[in-house]
Design a protein around this ligand. Structure first.
Ligand code: SF4
Ligand code: SF4
Length: 333
């Protein structure tokens, strides 16, 4: 296997940064997140996962879509802002790599292609860092993933101790690895086979949930939630958004920004009706979407087991406890 000495990783990143923007996991002012190489902060490839997910690379928090000018009641200048730059994300973990696959399902399949997402995805190369250890809140293997690698990444890195094992998994990945030729050596090493300590049993969960829409359990499950939306903003697979228009005199623009199904306004309609009027309906929707609806539509869970929501929820709502408790819930057949 080709190996890259750990003390050469910055050189390897510099090589990529000559041609593309390179996003790496960093500690910046006490926040762990993906940031462009060269940002002020510390490279942190040892952290099990970043607190902030990398979803804004493909689906920005706020994104200008179109702008226009109006003169004599005619549109004079209409611009679509769908340009994208070449980017490499290096150090993305297998759970977050899977979240990119989920986003691809949403934005690129079922006869709809979102050009804003598509342009960014086509220009993104992924270098996945297999986990050598897992955090107490990780449960990706219960969601069918392998914490050690993800096949969909262009390049897979393995933590071998003093070096990284390097494996190209696509043509673009081979091209990327060829740029590191001068830094790589032929080496031996044991590829880590980590397992999560937190486990959930997903057997029959989507099927059971499909019979639980009217269950009284949702009221009890949602009791603690304060509707802050932290879980959805930190979740790498949550993709709800809102589109708004800003007008200023004779010009304006349309943009989309992240929204959250945990907010009451999210489903409030123009006439005031709200089909999810309380947190009971909102938590039900969140869990059914993650564990049932997405599975029915795309054949995979919309939870990748990254553990961010259970680590950061201010009132300790825990999707893994919910899945465990499901076994005790009676349903009408
Ligand atoms: S982070 Fe916790 S309290 Fe906040 S909306 Fe999510 S489940 Fe509710
Ligand atoms: S629901 Fe929670 S554990 Fe699952 S992917 Fe989202 S943040 Fe991670």
């Amino acid at each position: 296997m080709k190996t890259l000495a750990k003390n050469k990783i910055k050189e390897a990143i510099e090589i990529l940064a000559k041609e593309s923007k390179v996003l790496v996991p960093m500690q910046i002012n006490g926040i762990s997140k993906f940031a462009p190489w060269g940002s002020e902060g510390t490279l942190d490839l040892e952290a099990v996962n970043t607190v902030l997910p990398p979803k804004d690379l493909l689906f920005p928090n706020t994104e200008k879509m179109y702008s226009y000018k109006v003169s004599n009641q005619e549109i004079t200048d209409y611009t679509v802002h769908n340009e994208a730059e070449q980017q490499v994300i290096l150090g993305v973990r297998p759970c977050d790599m899977q979240s990119i696959k989920c986003m691809e399902d949403v934005f690129l399949t079922k006869s709809y292609e979102d050009e804003f997402f598509k342009n960014k995805r086509e220009k993104l190369l992924t270098v996945c860092m297999g986990c050598a250890k897992t955090a107490p809140t990780c449960f990706c293997d219960s969601m069918g993933l392998n914490p050690g690698k993800h096949e969909a990444a262009d390049v897979q890195l393995y933590d071998l101790g003093d070096s990284y094992g390097v494996e190209a998994q696509s043509e673009a990945g081979q091209e990327l690895v060829s740029k590191w030729q001068g830094l790589l050596t032929e080496g031996e090493g044991t590829i880590p086979q980590p397992a999560c300590t937190l486990k959930v049993d997903m057997t029959g969960v989507p099927e059971k949930l499909s019979k639980m829409f009217e269950s009284p359990v949702w009221k009890e499950v949602s009791r603690k939630c304060i509707g802050c939306g932290t879980c959805t903003y930190l979740c790498p697979t949550c993709y709800c958004f809102d589109i708004e228009v800003r007008n200023d005199g004779n010009e304006g623009y349309r943009f989309r920004c992240w929204d959250s199904c945990m907010f009451s306004e999210y489903t409030r309609m123009a006439g005031g009706h709200n089909p999810r009027p309380s947190k009971t309906e909102r938590i039900r929707n969140r869990y059914l979407h993650k564990l049932e609806y997405f599975n029915e539509r795309y054949g995979k869970n919309l939870c990748v087991g990254c553990g961010r929501c259970l680590a950061k929820c201010p009132v300790n709502m825990d999707i893994t406890l919910f899945i465990d408790q499901l076994k005790e819930v009676a349903v009408n057949e």
